[in-house]
Design a protein around this ligand. Structure first.
Ligand SMILES: NC(=O)C1=CN([C@@H]2O[C@H](COP(=O)(O)OP(=O)(O)OC[C@H]3O[C@@H](n4cnc5c(N)ncnc54)[C@H](OP(=O)(O)O)[C@@H]3O)[C@@H](O)[C@H]2O)C=CC1
Ligand SMILES: O=C(O)[C@@H]1CCC=N1
Length: 278
């Protein structure tokens, strides 16, 4: 039994809770600490979990998952630190926030506190998330393994170095949004070609699901899978040529670069705030 306190019941907090409940974690093992009371009550009812205060929720928690906006993480971590500083029970403090380093979390907790950083994505909601994890200075392998096991219950997990977290955030943290954008564009294009919107939506969604399953099957890579669809002189080759000449590949590289750069910028903002406090 692992007791998990989720601090911040927004989109990613809910995705984590939903995935954990779907994977069979008992509601009695999860508490949510959410600033907006109506939202806390909504989550409590939907997932049969307990809404509580930060002090009570952190007491005895094995894992405290901080899922608030990056700019709120320093203040929340300080409050978590105060709440657990006198406890004999060891809690692993986990941050799900983009652009907040383990070091910045550690400086707000008692010396030696185990910290693990996770970059998840919203597909946890349906048990198909992918998370990257890395440990802070004081976390031991067993702490990382405990967090890995929690995140594996809601999807796949990779262990990375902290230096890779900005790239991870740009690829898989933000990644679902890129696929949703492509799906929107494909649906709109189908409608433009005369399909009813519901039919275009079913086709685009089913295609995304099938393509995802083929990619995840691991037999052939994305290039080969694409060749298999592209009959010589056929429709797919005509479409791919337009996508390439329209700059799709470069646009994706630019987008990922922009996201990684934004993640680094957010990390610098937290460091500057720290310097102002010192
Ligand atoms: N959305 C995503 O796909 C992903 C998000 N993340 C990370 O997850 C974190 C949360 O993002 P997201 O869920 O999108 O953001 P949301 O704004 O949806 O959720 C954050 C929630 O935390 C609440 N909150 C703020 N301060 C406190 C506090 N002191 N105690 C309890 N609750 C508080 C917020 O309330 P209020 O709105 O009133 O401030 C809000 O409901 C971010 O750090 C983000 O970088 C990581 C990967 C993917
Ligand atoms: O957009 C964001 O900043 C967060 C982090 C990754 C996905 N959503």
């Amino acid at each position: 039994m692992t007791r998990i306190a989720v601090v911040g019941g927004g989109r990613i907090g809910e995705a984590l809770i939903a995935g954990l409940r779907e994977a069979g974690t008992p509601g009695s093992d999860i508490v949510v600490i959410e600033a907006v009371q109506a939202r806390a009550d909504e989550l409590a009812k939907k997932y049969s979990i307990l809404p509580t205060t930060l002090d009570i929720g952190c007491e005895g928690a094995d894992v405290i998952a901080i899922a608030v906006k990056p700019q709120d993480v320093p203040a929340v971590t300080e409050r978590v630190g105060d709440a657990i500083s006198d406890s004999v029970h060891e809690s692993i403090v986990v941050s799900l926030a983009a652009g907040v380093s383990t070091e910045s979390l550690e400086t707000r907790l008692s010396a030696g506190s185990p910290v693990v950083r996770v970059m998840p994505n919203t597909a946890m909601l349906v048990g198909q998330g992918v998370s990257a994890i890395c440990k802070g200075r004081f976390a031991r392998d067993e702490h990382l393994e405990q967090v890995r096991s929690i995140m594996e219950s809601v999807g796949a997990v990779v262990v990375v170095t902290e230096a890779q977290m900005d790239a991870v955030t740009a690829v898989s943290g933000s990644g679902p949004a890129y696929f949703f954008l492509l799906a929107e564009a494909l649906i709109d294009a189908g409608v433009e070609q005369g399909l009813p919107r519901d039919v275009a939506t079913t086709l685009a969604t089913g295609t995304a699901l099938g393509a995802g399953a083929m990619l995840a099957g691991g037999g052939e890579g994305p290039g080969q899978l694409r060749y298999n669809v592209s009959s010589p002189g056929g429709t797919t080759a005509a479409a791919i040529r337009r996508l390439e000449s329209g700059g799709l590949r470069a646009a994706v590289a630019d987008a990922v670069e922009a996201a990684a750069s934004r993640s680094r910028e957010m990390a610098r903002a937290v460091i500057e705030d720290d310097d102002e406090i010192d």
